[in-house]
Design a protein around this ligand. Structure first.
Ligand code: ADP
Ligand code: MG
Length: 586
């Protein structure tokens, strides 16, 4: 695209072949369109100011090429664009925009002031548009570039306005969308402020990795594996998380096709195929992948917001993704294999963490959904019978025999035996203790000697900040600490050695998934379950006889519970009759 092109209205034949539909759903849709326009204009500095999560106002200032005075009104006409001339150009389009629909759509539901000056012009011009009607065009002093101020979103359609979410939710959508655009333009500086406070300041990066590291966090970029492959004119580059760094959802699986962010379950499927066997069920990696294909092999004109594309050779793209991601994972070490716990490339401390995380995930996501279909089959049925009788076992009176697989504690009882799952049992104990914390009781909260500082992604940061009171009521004292960073000052006494970074990451996921609409008690229950899970003795760790006895005493001190907080049995008991049946003596 030449930067000095003028705006013109596409002919009917062309405009009728452009994917039609709504582009403005919420403030973040406006942010997306306007930032894309700024990038199309060649800006390398963009400032974004949001008020009330973008609902009250969105202002975007860029230092791009600007619009000339004679074109400024035209920009608000439907199908007016400077980016393509006719339908043929669609197959070689390199700009984000080409539909000429964003400005008129946005203008029809808001009040807009736009000020723009081309670099070579002496004066700038200002235009104001209300509900789609042009009110005024004047000459005005302006720096080179464009500044556009969109106010009172959906003021023309109050019903749609009512459907907008809380400020922080809308803001977090805006930030997600800015982050995604920042990830395809590493040399553009982007500054975002909200209600006059800077909330995100993305510096110019020297390369993609640096940009990814800034936007998705050093944790991800520092441990990520590189993907770099090409064949037959198709290429793929990017970073993917190593298999032990996982997420609960696909939010951080980001794809760019020819530098355009797209959302596509087909691409996710390809990546998940490569991760299968090295990642636990219902967990997802973080990936940022840039796929480049010849422009004529991809159709970007299938969706009004252009977030979906079609490929001429989807199979090629699919197999390129699977192969490249598989290669990257394989190069990282021989982690591929079904047995996560003996993955040879994972050693020492990492191995403990790795097994622990997987254990936690399996429990959270497999068992709780499927609690009646244990793999232990008959044994589980025996256990359930026990459960029905509601026999209260006195754990402290059991005789400890030993530990099996560093995971199960074996005891004999008066007539029979008991097997305790050390992690599930300890988790239950912690959960019960946490649950019975009197709200805000300071003697139950322990001040950390070294307060922990945790850096979050911008979107997650705002979600977490909003939930500080919820955390407090669950015994975690957190405060904002500079840009996208929080500081944890106290945690519940029951949690001594918990990995706070991982806990906060999981809690943030939980908050963003429940959308802050769940009731406080339900959210607190979930927090306790997560804290208990993070704080409990892991499976595959050595337990001394003394610790085993302590666990029994603890189990006796809590209300009788046959399952861990996720619904998994924490012990199984066999009496002599059960054992005789097993051995067909009866
Ligand atoms: P599209 O981006 O599909 O062309 P838009 O409605 O988003 O359609 O914008 C219409 C036209 O207005 C663009 O083609 C471009 O020429 C001009 N324009 C919009 N925003 C800017 C900007 N920030 N800087 C320079 N020109 C812009
Ligand atoms: Mg546009």
């Amino acid at each position: 695209m030449s930067l000095s092109r003028r705006i013109k209205i596409l002919d009917k034949g062309t405009s009728s072949r452009i994917a039609a539909g709504e582009v403005v759903e919420r403030p973040s849709s406006i942010v997306k369109e306007l930032v894309e326009n700024a990038l199309d204009a060649g800006a390398d500095y963009i400032e974004i100011e949001l008020e009330e999560g973008g609902k009250k106002s969105i202002k975007i200032i860029d230092n791009g090429e600007g619009i000339c005075k004679d074109d400024i009104a035209l920009a608000f006409e439907r199908h007016a664009t400077s980016k393509i001339d006719d339908i043929e150009d669609l197959f070689s389009v390199h700009s984000f925009g080409f539909r000429g629909e964003a400005l008129p759509s946005i203008a029809s539901i808001s009040r807009i002031e736009m000020l723009s000056k081309r670099r070579d012009a002496l004066h700038g011009s200002r235009i104001s548009v209300e509900g789609g009607e042009i009110r005024e065009i004047t000459e005005a002093g302006s720096p080179s570039g464009t500044s556009i101020h969109v106010k009172d979103i959906f003021y023309t359609t109050p019903v749609r306005r009512k459907f907008l979410k809380k400020d922080s939710t809308e803001q977090s959508h805006c930030l997600d969308c800015i982050t995604r655009l920042a990830l395809c333009n590493y040399n553009c500086r982007i500054k975002v402020s909200s209600n006059n406070r800077i909330i995100l300041n993305i510096p110019q990066a020297k390369d993609m990795r640096e940009r990814i590291s800034f936007t998705l966090g050093k944790d991800f970029a520092g441990n990520a594996l590189s993907v770099d492959n090409c064949r037959e004119g198709y290429s793929i580059k990017g970073l993917i998380s190593s298999p032990h760094v996982t997420k609960f959802n696909t939010r951080e699986m980001l794809y760019y096709i020819n530098w355009r962010y797209v959302r596509d379950s087909f691409l996710n499927h390809a990546v998940m195929t490569a991760y299968r066997g090295v990642i636990e069920a219902r967990k997802y990696p973080s990936v940022v992948l840039y796929v480049n294909v010849p422009t004529e092999d991809v159709d970007v004109n299938v969706h009004p917001t252009k977030s979906e594309v079609r490929f001429k050779n989807p199979r090629e793209v699919y197999s390129l993704l699977v192969d490249s991601v598989t290669d990257a994972l394989a190069k990282a070490g021989p982690v591929a294999g079904k047995d996560y716990f003996i993955a040879p490339s994972i050693s020492g401390e990492n191995k403990k963490n790795y097994a622990g995380r997987i254990e936690a995930a399996i429990k959270r996501y497999t068992i709780s959904h499927d609690k009646n279909r244990g793999t232990i089959g008959d044994t589980l049925q025996l256990f359930e019978r026990d459960d029905r009788r509601e026999e209260r076992i006195s754990f402290s009176s059991l005789r400890y025999l030993g530990q099996v697989n560093n995971t199960y504690l074996i005891f004999s009882k008066h007539e029979g035996m008991v097997i305790i799952d050390q992690h599930a049992a300890h988790e239950r104990v912690l959960y019960e203790r946490l649950k019975r914390l009197p709200p805000h009781s300071h003697d139950q909260m322990q001040k950390l000697l070294l307060p922990e500082i945790i850096e979050l992604q911008p979107g997650n940061y705002s979600v977490l900040i909003e939930n500080i009171p919820v955390l407090k009521s669950a015994g975690i004292e957190a405060e904002p600490y500079g840009e996208n960073t929080i500081i944890i000052k106290s945690v519940p006494v029951a949690l001594s050695d918990v990995d706070l970074g991982a806990l906060i990451a999981d809690l943030t996921e939980e908050f963003s998934q429940t959308g802050r609409t769940g009731n406080l008690e339900a959210i607190k229950e979930k927090i306790y379950a997560l804290m208990a899970c993070k704080g409990a003795i892991k499976a595959r760790s050595r337990v001394t006889e003394e610790e085993a006895r302590q666990l029994c005493q603890d189990l006796d001190s809590i209300p009788f519970a046959a399952t861990c907080p996720h619904g998994r049995p924490l012990f199984v008991a066999f009496d002599t009759g059960d054992m005789e049946r097993m051995f067909k003596r009866r």
